[in-house]
Ligand binder design. Structure first.
Ligand code: MG
Ligand code: MG
Length: 237
């Protein structure tokens, strides 16, 4: 899973270099495909329940699961990139949101808060803590900034499949959930909206947008719980 994580990091780094005014989301998908092929890995997104691409690209008020295509990035956009790879049967899954050129102050704050909410969630991934401590911390950071946390889409266990049980909510669901143990691996992935938390799925059956049209950001990492604390496999923090 470390190796899968390393490949995912390379995909993220490469795409970051290509995000600029005028680039299409299909071109970003091509960048990811090139890394996966060159590294001898396989895509866990392509054909997942029929998903037609290697990454998800979700601009502005799109929260997750956007399909790469002819959408052309414009200065001032924010774009969420969700990507993954399989190495020898093991999965990595990670996402981030970045600005295209200069973005609004509110968009900057959204990106910072969403990433900080992920880091806060990761910080409590310690043996003996409970699974839902993660969401409690995520929610605290997002809501204290005046933003909201999406409820319909959550993080997940990950290993020899991209999505394994249990779910990892980005909010406190009312109970602590199971105890965290060394060797547990989870994809933690807060989706944070400037406006309300409600979501809507577009007619393509994939793209999830904010119901109120407000901006949304998404940060995700694959993390293993160890005796020495959380080890992030898909980012270098
Ligand atoms: Mg993902
Ligand atoms: Mg995920």
């Amino acid at each position: 899973m470390r190796k899968a994580g390393e490949i995912v990091r390379e995909i993220k780094d490469r795409i970051r270099e290509f995000v600029k005014d005028g680039v299409t989301t299909a071109e970003l998908d091509q960048v990811a495909r090139e890394v996966i092929d060159r590294r001898g890995a396989t895509s866990n997104f392509l054909n997942y329940h029929g998903f037609p691409a290697t990454i998800c690209t979700s601009p502005n008020s799109m929260i997750v699961h956007g399909i790469p295509g002819d959408y052309r990035l414009r200065e001032g956009d924010i774009i969420s990139i969700d990507c993954g790879a399989i190495w020898q049967g093991y999965h990595g899954d990670s996402a981030y949101t970045i600005g295209v050129g200069k973005i609004s102050r509110q968009a900057e704050k959204l990106l910072e808060v969403t990433q900080n909410s992920l880091l806060a969630g990761i910080s409590v991934m310690i043996p003996g803590n409970h699974l839902h401590d993660i969401g409690r911390e995520v929610q605290k950071v997002a809501e204290s900034a005046g933003f909201s946390v999406v409820r319909e889409y959550v993080g997940h266990g990950i290993g020899t499949a991209m999505h394994e049980s249990p779910n990892v909510p980005n909010y406190w669901p009312g109970n602590p959930g199971p105890k965290l143990r060394p060797g547990n691996v989870f994809a933690v992935e807060p989706m944070v909206n400037v406006g309300k938390a409600d979501t809507r799925v577009l007619d393509d059956g994939w793209s999830v947008i904010t119901a109120d049209g407000s901006l949304s950001a998404h940060f995700e990492d694959t993390i293993v719980v160890t005796d020495d604390g959380p080890e992030v496999l898909t980012s270098e923090y």
